[in-house]
Design a binder for this molecule. Structure first.
Ligand code: SF4
Length: 384
């Protein structure tokens, strides 16, 4: 355990880094931002030059990144891991190598290719955004955070990431990985989310005006492969000498988080309607709301209270002798857990029904979200 004087010295070093302007483009001729006891950004970039990850969307060292690829990867990486995104990213750029190609695609094609990545609003916004970029920006992504933030599906974090990585702007990028590194580096004991402004201020103070794009990617790599949530690899960290948490022996306990409220549970009923020739009924969900516009096994709304069979069948898509299948389908969304009971029935009437009939062996060709795939699997395992 080191003395608090050492930690105060480290804090001084961290805060001595010059705050970066986010308004002006990077000036590659300027001298590196210097902190008196070493240039933290410079040290990190030097580490990055030796240890950078090879990622399918990342430009090779010394080459300019393709803004289309940066944007596409940042949208895919929202709430999804690098490992999962890799094959999807490759398939997308193979099929739609430019923003013009993506804008010309049908939404259903994009949703279908997105299957398995979840959070389908991202795919819908991606497609909408491609069309806006082509229609209003001549097929080029704007290069500033403010203009990027006005595009569909691009929030403050993504705007900063694209501005930094694609256009080398000194934008401050703070995702969960970066927040963790900052909390540890600065020894921030206050729990998240209250500590967020302090962490962002620290991140902004460290963002350099020289090579901010490399710095942003270096910070992401540091958070992913060195300053990991558990067992951070402090001995090989380029910031070890300046890190307050390391000096205090508190790295693994930071960042602290306020106790989370338990996610509530919502419940719904899905109707597995099979007609005489074995085809099953699908329906398109309303545009607004979760899984908006996606195909579904027709379902009730999702609510806290459990459904009685009588209540549920009033919302069935057609008349049938509905039978509840044993067990429930469980699915987690960010803000709640969902439990779906599946009711199966043979469809006697088939005309005038809202939806489309689909052969069971062709369900795989439909853009069904993961939840619906779980319902299909549940019904096939237990249904008629
Ligand atoms: S020294 Fe350890 S805790 Fe501090 S930033 Fe590096 S890896 Fe993270």
């Amino acid at each position: 355990m080191l003395s608090s004087r050492v930690c105060e010295k480290n804090k001084d070093e961290i805060m001595a880094a010059r705050p970066a302007s986010t308004d002006s483009p990077a000036d590659s001729s300027a001298a590196p931002s210097a902190a008196p006891r070493g240039d933290l950004a410079g040290r990190l970039i030097a580490w990055y030059e030796r240890h950078r990850r090879v990622l399918p969307w990342r430009a090779p060292a010394g080459e300019r990144p393709d803004p289309y690829r940066v944007w596409l990867s940042e949208i895919m990486l929202q709430q999804t891991t690098v490992k999962t995104v890799g094959p999807y990213f490759r398939a997308f750029v193979r099929r739609w190598p430019t923003v013009h190609d993506l804008a010309a695609a049908e939404l259903d094609q994009v949703l279908h290719a997105w299957q398995g990545l979840g959070y389908y609003a991202r795919a819908r916004n991606l497609h909408r955004c491609a069309r806006v970029i082509c229609r209003e920006h001549g097929g080029r992504l704007p290069d500033g955070e403010a203009a990027l933030g006005k595009l569909p599906g691009i929030g403050p974090y993504t705007a900063a990431a694209i501005a930094a990585i694609a256009f080398d702007r000194p934008a401050t990028v703070v995702d969960a990985n970066v927040a963790r590194v900052m909390a540890r580096l600065g020894g921030v004991e206050e729990p998240l989310p209250r500590a967020r402004p302090r962490i962002e201020a620290l991140a902004a103070a460290l963002t350099p005006s020289v090579r901010p794009g490399d710095y942003a990617q270096a910070l992401m790599d540091l958070g992913s492969i060195v300053c990991t949530p558990r067992a951070p690899k402090c001995p090989i960290c380029p910031w070890a000498g300046a890190c307050v948490a390391r000096a205090m022996g508190t790295a693994e306990s930071l960042p602290r988080t306020a106790r989370k409220r338990q996610r509530p549970t919502r419940r719904g009923v899905a109707f597995w309607a099979v007609r005489a020739d074995g085809q099953v009924l699908l329906r398109r969900r309303a545009e607004a709301g979760l899984l908006g516009g996606m195909m579904e096994i027709p379902s009730t709304e999702w609510r806290a209270k459990a459904w009685t069979a009588k209540e549920a069948t009033r919302q069935a898509p057609l008349r049938a002798r509905w039978r509840a299948l044993p067990g429930v389908v469980r699915h987690g969304f960010t803000h709640f857990h969902l439990e779906i009971t599946v009711m199966a029935g043979r469809a006697a009437e088939v005309d005038g029904i809202d939806g489309v009939w689909c052969r069971i062996d062709r369900l795989g060709e439909r853009a069904l979200p993961t939840l619906m795939k779980k319902i299909v699997a549940h019904a096939l395992a237990r249904g008629p």
